[in-house]
Design a protein around this ligand. Structure first.
Ligand code: PLP
Length: 379
């Protein structure tokens, strides 16, 4: 049987061989608990802290500002619930295209949605009007996992900073934090937290050729959160439990490698993406790209083919050897059409005829040509 063409890298990436090799010793020979007092444990602890310093180097922050988590879902929950529980009687603003791991915890508190425009980009003027005296955090993802649109984080950070200054003058003691879910950004974009202007940022190893359920939350010094998991006080008291050392080592190695490759990958995958769009729209003139923002991460194409049923088409493609996705993998079991496509103004029928194709390091031009062939012959 021919190997399938995998075009769902926004859902999961294979673990890089070097990353796997870096993790290997920490499952068996170097299994020690980093919090114990033996010399062997201290050696493991120092490797763990080196991994934290490596991640901090990528983010341009201090190591103590990096909290390792089991993936972006947990990081998002810590950022949203950690603030919501620390500052009750406040309001949280989240963009209308956030992943459910932001939307669901935000729903536990007073929260409102920041609208996006039809291109899938947060509307800054509307956001500026929504921030009020009670707002404690604003959560806007870096890259949309369904559309690929890049959000204007630095501009949002400026709005947030202006509001902080206003509060200082008016004596409002409530903090205002900017959080961003950067789960889809690590392979292609700079993660420098100072330049982005974020106070918290969620990262995920499983999308950057590292292990699943690995990741981190950047928490700027001075941001006060209530932990979700209480116990032995690991991870600066924000995430108790014996550290998952192999996973943390793998995450740090994956992040460092992804960032060293990002410019080259940005160029290469952009070319493949452009070629895919060109060929698809030539062969299927009725097809449309959903959410064409000016700034796009290169790896995601959300394709609408009017008159098709996305679930049926996805399964036909799968049988023909092409793996793609219906919306986000994490909500694939949901009966509802994508909230993201609805937020950019698509109706139910348009959303139900949309598929997501996402590209990764192993994707080749031949994969693109074959996929377009299968796609256009099946419709
Ligand atoms: N945030 C975004 C933008 C994502 O794309 C994903 C995964 O698809 C997540 C969060 C959740 O990541 P995980 O399930 O690995 O925790």
């Amino acid at each position: 049987m021919n190997k399938s063409i995998y075009l769902d890298y926004a859902a999961a990436t294979p673990v890089d061989e070097e990353v796997l090799a870096a993790m290997q010793p920490y499952f068996s020979e170097q299994f020690y608990n980093p919090s114990a007092l033996s010399l062997a444990s201290k050696r493991v602890k120092s490797v763990l802290e080196r991994a934290r310093a490596d991640v901090a180097g990528v983010l341009g922050c201090r190591p103590a500002e990096v909290v390792f988590t089991a993936g972006a879902t947990e990081a998002n929950n810590l950022a949203i619930q950690g603030v919501g529980r620390r500052w009750p009687d406040s309001e949280i603003l989240v963009s209308a295209i956030e992943h459910d791991s932001v939307r669901a915890p935000a729903g536990l508190f007073a929260a409102r949605e920041i609208p996006v425009n039809p291109k899938g980009v947060v509307e800054l003027e509307k956001l500026a009007k929504m921030i009020n005296d009670k707002t404690v955090s604003v959560s806007v993802m870096y890259v949309s996992n369904e559309l690929g649109s890049i959000q204007p984080l630095s501009e949002i950070a400026q709005l947030v900073e202006a509001e902080r200054q206003r509060r200082r003058r008016s004596g409002n003691k409530r903090p205002l934090y900017l959080h961003s879910d950067a789960a889809q950004a690590g392979n292609f974009l700079s993660l420098n937290v100072a330049r982005l202007g974020v106070d918290m940022m969620s990262l995920n190893g499983g999308k950057i050729y590292g292990p699943k359920q690995s990741g981190a939350l950047y928490v700027k010094a001075g941001v006060r959160l209530k932990p979700l998991i209480l116990g032995g006080g690991q991870e600066m008291n924000l995430r108790s439990g014996t550290e998952n050392v192999p996973s943390i080592i793998g995450f740090a190695a994956a992040l460092t490698k992804a960032q060293s490759l990002r410019e080259e990958q940005q160029r290469r995958i952009s070319r493949l993406r452009d070629e895919f769009i060109k060929q698809v729209t030539q062969r299927l003139p009725q097809a449309e790209i959903n959410g064409k923002a000016k700034a796009m991460a290169p790896h995601i194409v959300n394709l609408q083919i009017p008159g098709t049923d996305n679930e049926r088409l996805m399964m036909q493609l799968d049988e023909a050897g092409v793996i793609c996705a219906v919306g986000s993998a994490c909500s694939a079991s949901s009966e509802e059409a994508s909230h993201v496509l609805s937020a950019i103004g698509l109706g139910e029928a348009q959303a139900r005829s949309s598929l997501r194709f996402s590209f990764g390091r192993p994707t080749t031009e031949t994969d693109i040509v074959k996929t377009v062939k299968v796609l256009s012959s099946g419709i």
